[in-house]
Design a protein around this ligand. Structure first.
Ligand code: ATP
Ligand code: MG
Length: 281
């Protein structure tokens, strides 16, 4: 018997500003979960297509005969399942790249740039992603949503669809102050769309790109201490600054497939554990 949608953990990675480590975190956690034996779907929602590139699909719009999430959005005849492809460690068109067992992704598209306008005129515009995910959720244990770095209708769609929200934040006072705004947005989505079954909950604050002690300054340490006190058990294990992150990206490999034992990679494994996931294999 298939699982109901309520058994599938749907987690959105968000932050209303750019470059906060959302994509790196969502991709790395997706890869760890697949390694742990879970069935995972990664859904990138950003015209930059960084998530797709990191999982082997550098030019998602150029794959002959293959639908992307943009086609799903614009053509009622295209189903979300049509835009799902397997993830790879390395470029998908390189025969040396291995398929990542247990990890699929919905292909992104550079044309997602128009998504806000397209959604604006759509009936049920905030519920589009929720309804699309419902058609495939039974096939997955976990669905991870990688949001763009703004607050538009795409992000509202992700918050309506998600049960859990992880906010990625770089260490700093400006960044921490912005967390309050995100919490307000989550609360507003909860209130406005409760009747539609929306119930997103902030489950984690993930501080990414934290300077190691050698690079550190007191201001970073203070910001971390403050966030830890404010968010307590929701404050997830921090992720250090590491050159492994851009290196892995340039090889189109998720960190656990690029350097499994690097400190930054194992720190992400600690996050996976803190989120309550356990190895299935
Ligand atoms: N732990 C880290 N160490 C070093 N660099 C990092 C780390 N995490 C992220 N970065 C770098 O910071 C930049 C932004 O990261 P990422 O793309 O994950 O953020 P994002 O929030 O998805 O950004 P956007 O809003 O543009 O989608 C990237 O160049 C990435 O390589
Ligand atoms: Mg991103």
């Amino acid at each position: 018997m298939g699982k109901t949608i309520s058994n599938t953990r749907i987690i959105a990675f968000t932050n209303q500003s750019g470059g906060a480590g959302k994509t790196t975190s969502a991709v790395t956690i997706a890869a760890w979960l697949a390694k742990y034996g879970l069935k995972v779907l990664f859904v990138g929602l950003d015209a930059q297509c960084d998530g797709s590139a990191s999982l082997g699909w550098d030019q998602p719009d150029e794959v002959p005969g293959q639908a992307t999430i943009h086609n799903v959005l614009t053509d009622p005849g295209v189903k979300l399942s049509d835009a799902i492809v397997p993830a790879y460690a390395g470029p998908s068109d390189d025969p040396k790249s291995k398929q990542i067992e247990g990890l699929d992704l919905v292909l992104e598209s550079a044309e997602l740039e128009n998504a806000e306008q397209l959604l604006t005129t759509m009936m049920g515009r905030e519920l589009w992603l929720r309804d699309a995910l419902a058609t495939v959720a039974d096939d997955y244990d976990v669905i991870l949503l990688d949001c763009p770095g703004n607050l538009g209708l795409v992000v509202v769609n992700a918050l309506v669809a998600a049960r859990e929200v992880i906010v990625c934040v770089k260490p700093g006072w400006k960044e921490l102050r912005a967390l309050t705004r995100i919490e307000q947005t989550i609360a507003r989505v909860q209130n406005t769309f409760a009747a539609n079954g929306a119930n997103p909950e902030l489950v984690g604050v993930l501080m990414v790109d934290t300077p190691t002690s050698r690079q550190s300054g007191a201001v970073y340490d203070d910001a971390k201490t403050e966030a830890e006190a404010a968010y307590q058990e929701k404050f997830l294990p921090t992720i250090r600054r590491s050159t492994k992150v851009p290196e892995a990206y340039s090889h189109q490999k998720a960190l656990p497939f690029f350097d499994r034992s690097a400190e930054v990679t194992t720190e992400y494994a600690a996050v996976v554990k803190a989120l309550g996931f356990r190895r299935q294999n």
